[in-house]
Ligand binder design. Structure first.
Ligand SMILES: [Zn+2]
Length: 486
């Protein structure tokens, strides 16, 4: 096997104060990085006696086993003894000022992990400080900043939305959110939309051109900018790369962390499908720049920020003529069937607590249906003047960063609950476990269902009254006609 050239990753301590550089060395196959760092600021963290690395990220477990060769020193450079409690967690005799260790970055067997944790091959990799650095908690709970220097093989690039200080050196505002792409063969472009610059990097060959992908990202960002009426960030990084191993058609996994969007995907067999696939990925993930990444909300409220994102992304697909209205209804029917087939019903609030367990798909599918019902109820009550867009704008207005952190479920339910027409939806479907009753909830939209073999398919009624026609029009039913006219 070809050895990966040496990668050196230097971590300077945090904050704006003076720092000392420690050199870390990496090899090879397996890809291993050596990380060295030290604190620049006294009493930066709550306790330096407990040094722990992320043990899990999302559904990826046992990350601690990737850490080895730990050395700790105090301010005078004397070695500090420590005890290993479990893999990746150590109790030290004294407060450590500097640390060094190795991280094994071999790709994990579960390809779903690769959008969420650091990995490297001999060609490229993704480094996320969230799992590469110990889990420090600042005394005031504020984000911890750092100066990060990389030493990579000569022909390797480093791409990131973090502030570049000098060659291969970055100032990172918040170590939890920082993501770096490293490797050869990245192709990049800057996509400018108003005050925002999207750095879009693509690795590998795809059935679409780079230019098509760059343009698409810009169009989607612009569409959401209009929907929200504001931008979430002036600089963002989008990275699209193949899984580092053969994966069958159509699979993808993505994460949007802060202003860093990482998509790992397999391609589709034809260009049209391939473009459609990319559009779906970008539609969903770019939405996350606003919700939840620009929100000062905590806790498990992903029934909202995932379920409602899936819905809005779907609605935007109709609006931008990527899918037909029938496809929109088909996707909602599938989500309904999925929710309906759940043998163990849990409320969205409960389900969201177990995002990475089996309840995950339920959060997405039920959350999506609930978003649809909210949209219909808002449009109906306001005679088309209000929609789910107003909810998104309101959430952002009230809870945008850097406001004080608030609990997500309470915050969102407060806003939804301020509309009388949404209260029954909250009680029955968000807090409650009731079966979605489309017969009553979708009547206002002129949508009915065909039931065959226990599966439900939503269709538009043949006879519609004026208000139903208006509401369907707002949902995008006649969108293709409007685009044809243009
Ligand atoms: Zn998502």
């Amino acid at each position: 096997m070809i050895l990966c050239a040496e990668i050196l990753l230097l971590v300077f301590g945090c904050s704006a104060q003076e720092i000392e550089v420690n050199i870390k060395k990496i090899s090879s196959s397996p890809a291993i990085v050596r990380v060295e760092g030290r604190f620049l600021q006294e009493n930066l963290t709550q306790s330096n006696k407990n040094l722990a690395f992320a043990s899990s990220v999302g559904n990826v477990e046992n990350l601690g086993t990737r850490i080895s060769d730990l050395n700790l020193t105090d301010k005078q450079g004397r070695a500090i003894t420590f005890k290993k409690l479990i893999e990746g967690e150590y109790l030290t005799e004294d407060e450590a000022n500097a640390w060094s260790y190795q991280v094994n970055l071999s790709t994990l067997p579960n390809e779903k992990a690769l959008a969420h944790v650091s990995w490297a091959t001999d060609e490229q990799g993704i480094l996320m400080l969230g799992d590469l650095l110990p889990q420090f908690v600042a005394q005031d709970n504020q984000p911890i900043s750092a100066k990060i220097k990389f030493e990579l093989p000569k022909d390797w690039k480093i791409l990131s939305s973090e502030k570049s200080m000098e060659e291969n050196t970055f100032f990172v505002n918040n170590i939890e959110k920082a993501v770096f792409l490293i490797g050869k063969n990245w192709r990049e472009s800057k996509v400018t939309i108003g005050n925002t610059t999207l750095n879009f990097a693509i690795g590998g060959k795809w059935n679409f051109t780079d230019a098509e992908a760059f343009e698409m990202a810009g169009e989607i960002f612009e569409e959401y900018r209009k929907q929200f009426g504001e931008i979430p960030t002036e600089k963002a990084q989008i990275s699209l790369v193949h899984f580092p191993k053969e994966i069958k058609f159509g699979r993808w996994e993505a994460e949007t962390r802060g202003a860093n969007l990482t998509i790992l995907s397999s391609d589709m067999p034809f260009k049209t499908l391939s473009l459609q696939h990319l559009h779906e990925q970008l539609r969903h993930e770019i939405f996350h720049f606003w919700i939840p990444n620009n929100l000062a909300l905590t806790g498990n409220y992903n029934w909202f920020y995932e379920g409602f994102t899936v819905y809005q992304s779907l609605k935007t697909a109709v609006k931008t003529n990527r899918i037909r209205f029938e496809d929109f209804l088909d996707t909602l029917s599938q989500a309904y069937n999925l929710d309906n087939f759940q043998s163990r019903k849990v409320s969205l609030i409960e389900g969201a607590k177990n995002r990475w367990s089996g309840a995950n798909s339920q959060v997405y599918s039920r959350g999506m249906i609930v978003a649809f019902l909210c949209d219909v109820a808002l449009l109906h009550k306001s005679k088309g003047k209000r929609s789910i867009n107003d909810i998104f704008r309101q959430v952002l207005n009230k809870y945008r960063l850097p406001n004080k952190l608030q609990e997500g479920n309470t915050a969102i339910l407060n806003i939804l609950g301020s509309y009388s027409e949404l209260q029954p939806i909250i009680e029955k479907y968000i807090k409650g476990m009731e079966k979605i009753n489309w017969q009553t909830d979708l009547e206002d939209a002129g949508i009915e269902a065909e039931e065959t073999d226990f599966t439900t398919k939503f269709i538009v009624k043949t006879k519609l009254n004026g208000r139903q026609k208006d509401l369907l029009d707002k949902l995008g039913y006649n969108n293709w006609r409007k685009i044809l006219k243009k």
